[in-house]
Design a protein around this ligand. Structure first.
Ligand code: ZN
Length: 283
């Protein structure tokens, strides 16, 4: 197998990127290699602009001095705050903001151009934000959105062809009200992030995704949070208390899934066992 690439992860091994230190980022980069990961994007969760600015400044320093014996961080994946209140998942409602260029510009500058992917609710902007990301060579990733098919199609036609954890935090395939999921399945050049931990997507849905997208247009992700690789128990996702049980991580209060606790090799194995494809194709 070639090295795995996780373009959507929020932490692990006790490290929370959002509140982490440079030492924490280095610890993660070193330990995550045991999952077979050689490259990854460091995620963020919804936070205030002030906290995101602090995060990006620490991140910039880390990026300029990565350790050769560790997995390589390719840049940041900003997931939030530019997402929809209607599909916020475990993100904090009060901190959500509409996708907007001035906030984004500020974060790009503070990160020293190290933002690679941005998850955003495409229905809460008019295409301007999508175009801005593309101009900046950042991958626009539609997700955490309640958009209709046509709204998603507009941004797809502008060049947005990446989808954040397909089926999670968006409408499903409704034959009377098609949305983002239907567009992603319909378009052969749309790359779908898939959390194949056996928890976020049931087997028939993984099969459906594989049949329509084929292996080439699927990227397995972990979406893991800081408790990945740690024993079961209570942890925090941002300000929210969560419970980790096996590979499952859920909000303590509501029981809603809150990020994930599975390692990348587990997700690869689960995908393989579910689909029964050849190892060559899987690779
Ligand atoms: Zn995430």
């Amino acid at each position: 197998m070639p090295g795995f690439i996780d373009c959507h992860v929020h932490g692990g091994y006790g490290v929370d990127f959002e509140t982490g230190t440079i030492e924490g980022y280095e610890k993660f980069a070193k330990l995550v290699a045991q999952e077979g990961i050689t490259k990854y994007c460091q995620g963020s969760v919804t936070n205030s602009q002030e906290n995101n600015k602090k995060y990006m400044e620490a991140f910039k320093t880390f990026m300029s001095n990565q350790k050769p014996e560790s997995a390589i961080c390719m840049g940041a994946h900003l997931e939030g705050p530019f997402i929809s209140p209607a599909r916020k998942g475990a993100h904090e409602l009060e901190l959500l903001r509409k996708p907007n260029v001035p906030d984004m510009k500020e974060l790009i500058e503070l990160s020293d151009d190290n933002i690679r992917v941005v998850t955003y609710a495409n229905d809460l902007q008019d295409g301007t934000f999508t175009k801005f990301l593309l101009e900046k060579n950042i991958i626009p990733s539609m997700g955490h959105t309640d958009c209709t098919y046509d709204e998603a199609l507009r941004d797809y036609e502008l060049g947005a062809k990446h989808c954040t954890h397909l089926f999670n935090a968006m409408s499903g395939v409704d034959h009377r009200a098609p949305g983002l999921a239907t567009l992603v399945l319909n378009k052969s050049d749309f790359l779908a992030e898939v959390i194949s931990d056996g928890i976020h997507l049931p087997k028939p849905i993984l099969e459906l995704i594989y049949k329509t997208k084929t292996a080439k247009q699927i990227c397995i992700i972990t979406d893991a949070m800081n408790a990945k690789g740690l024993p079961d128990g209570e942890y925090r996702l941002g300000n929210l208390p969560v419970i980790k049980t096996g590979m499952r991580v859920a909000l303590k209060e509501s029981g809603l899934l809150a990020g994930a606790g599975a390692t990348f090799d587990h997700n690869v194995r689960t995908f393989h066992e579910t689909i029964g494809m050849s190892l060559v194709e899987l690779a």
